[in-house]
Design a protein around this ligand. Structure first.
Ligand SMILES: Nc1ncnc2c1ncn2[C@@H]1O[C@H](COP(=O)(O)OP(=O)(O)OP(=O)(O)O)[C@@H](O)[C@H]1O
Ligand SMILES: [Mg+2]
Length: 318
C-alpha cells in the first residue's frame, strides 16, 4: 500500500535573543521602527508537515512518498530524507526560490517575533497526483499552499484515491466553504481539539454532521491522547507518558504517521491509534520535529511496556 504525503517542506530558523525585545521599543517612536537584535544562537531545523509525517512513517518501515515543492536549498535535506527511507522522487525543486522558511526570534521573556516565508511552497499547485503519484493507495493532504490543498482533494476524489484531510494550522485561515470542499468525501479527517471546534464553528456543522461527510475522524487531545471515530464507533486512545517534554512541535504529525503505518499494515484501530500515540511521544522528547530516532525493535518494546498487542506488532519486526 503506497502512501503519498503532500504538505509543506520548510526550514525553521530558531534564534534566541539574550535580552528583552520590549527594552528596545521606544513608545513614542513606534511609527518608524528599525530594530536589529544581536542573537547569540541560531538553530536550523528540518520541518514542514509532509517530511515530518513521512520521516516517522519511514522510521516505522512504511516507505512513504512525498509529493511537494522545495527550493534550491533542499539538496542536503533530500539526501537526509532518502537516507531515512523516504521516497523523494515526487519532490520538485523550484529554481531561484528557497524552501518555505519560518524565522522566529525568541527573547528571554519568551516574547517572539516571527516571519513565515512561503517560498517554493507557493508553487505546490503545479503538482498533481495524475502526473507524480497516480499509483497512490492512500494520500495525505496536510498544510500547504491553500490552492494546492483544495486542488489535491478534488483530484483525489476524481481519481478515487482515498485521502486523509489534515488541515491543521491552515484550518485557521480557511473559510467554512474551503474546509467543506476539502473534507467532503475524505477517507479521514484529522484535527486537534482546537481545530475540531474551529471547523465546527466555520462550517456550522456538528460532529455528527461532519461524520456524515467523512469516513472517519481523528481528534488528538494532547496529554489526554485521542479520539478515533470509525463507522460511528468511538475508540479512546490513551497517550504514552513522555520521559520529558523538550518540544511539542510535530507531535501531531507523528501521531498521524504512526496511525497510518498501522492502517498500512492492516492492524486493528486500537493498535494503530496507540502506535500514533507512541510515535507522538518520541517527538515530544526531542527538540524539533525530525530529531527523534528509534529502531523498530525499540518501538515495539516500548509499546509493549504500556499496551497489549497479542503479538500483532510482530509484523513490524519480522
Ligand atoms: N503532554 C503530553 N503527554 C503525552 N502525550 C502528548 C502530550 N502532548 C501531546 N501528546 C501526544 O501528541 C498527540 C498530538 O498532540 P496535540 O493534540 O497537542 O496535537 P497538535 O496540537 O496538533 O500538535 P502539533 O504541535 O504537532 O500541531 C496527542 O494525541 C498525544 O498522543
Ligand atoms: Mg497540529
Amino acid at each position: 500500500m503506497k502512501i503519498v504525503v503532500t504538505g509543506s517542506i520548510a526550514y525553521d530558523y530558531l534564534m534566541s535573543f539574550p535580552g528583552k525585545f520590549t527594552d528596545s521599543l521606544v513608545a513614542d517612536q513606534l511609527h518608524t521602527v528599525s530594530l536589529s537584535f544581536l542573537v547569540d544562537s541560531l538553530n536550523r531545523q528540518r520541518g514542514g508537515t509532509a517530511p515530518n509525517i513521512a520521516y516517522t512513517l519511514a522510521l516505522l518501515g512504511g516507505r512513504p512518498c512525498v509529493m511537494a515543492t522545495a527550493g534550491q536549498d533542499f539538496g542536503d535535506y533530500r539526501t537526509w530524507l532518502e537516507s531515512h527511507g523516504v521516497d523523494t522522487s515526487a519532490i520538485v525543486e523550484i529554481e531561484n526560490d528557497f524552501c518555505a522558511s519560518f524565522f522566529v526570534n525568541t527573547d528571554q521573556a519568551q516574547n517572539q517575533i516571527a516571519s513565515f516565508y512561503t517560498g517554493a511552497m507557493a508553487h505546490a499547485a503545479r503538482l498533481s497526483f495524475a502526473k507524480y503519484a497516480a499509483d497512490a493507495d492512500l494520500a495525505v493532504i496536510s498544510p500547504n499552499a491553500p490552492d494546492a490543498m483544495g486542488q489535491y482533494a478534488a483530484e483525489c476524489r476524481a481519481l478515487g484515491i482515498p485521502y486523509i484531510y489534515d488541515p491543521s494550522q491552515q484550518a485557521a485561515r480557511f473559510t467554512g466553504e474551503e474546509l467543506l470542499h476539502g473534507l467532503n468525501g475524505a477517507h479521514m479527517l484529522t484535527v486537534n481539539e482546537y481545530e475540531h471546534k474551529l471547523i465546527q464553528d466555520k462550517t456550522g456543522l456538528s460532529e455528527d454532521q461532519i461524520l456524515q461527510r467523512v469516513g472517519s475522524l481523528l481528534v488528538t487531545l494532547a496529554s489526554e491522547g485521542a479520539r478515533l471515530i470509525i463507522n460511528g464507533d468511538e475508540i479512546r486512545i490513551p497517550s504514552v507518558p513522555p520521559h520529558s517534554i523538550i518540544d511539542p512541535t510535530g507531535a501531531g504529525d507523528a501521531f498521524r504517521a504512526g496511525l497510518m503505518r498501522g492502517m498500512q499494515l492492516g492492524l486493528p484501530w486500537e493498535i494503530a491509534g496507540r502506535m500514533g500515540a507512541l510515535a507522538a511521544t518520541y517527538v515530544l522528547e526531542q527538540m524539533g520535529p525530525q530529531n527523534h530516532h528509534y529502531s523498530l525493535q525499540e518501538f515495539v518494546a516500548r509499546y509493549r511496556q504500556h499496551f497489549d498487542d497479542d503479538g500483532a506488532l510482530d509484523v513490524l519486526i519480522t
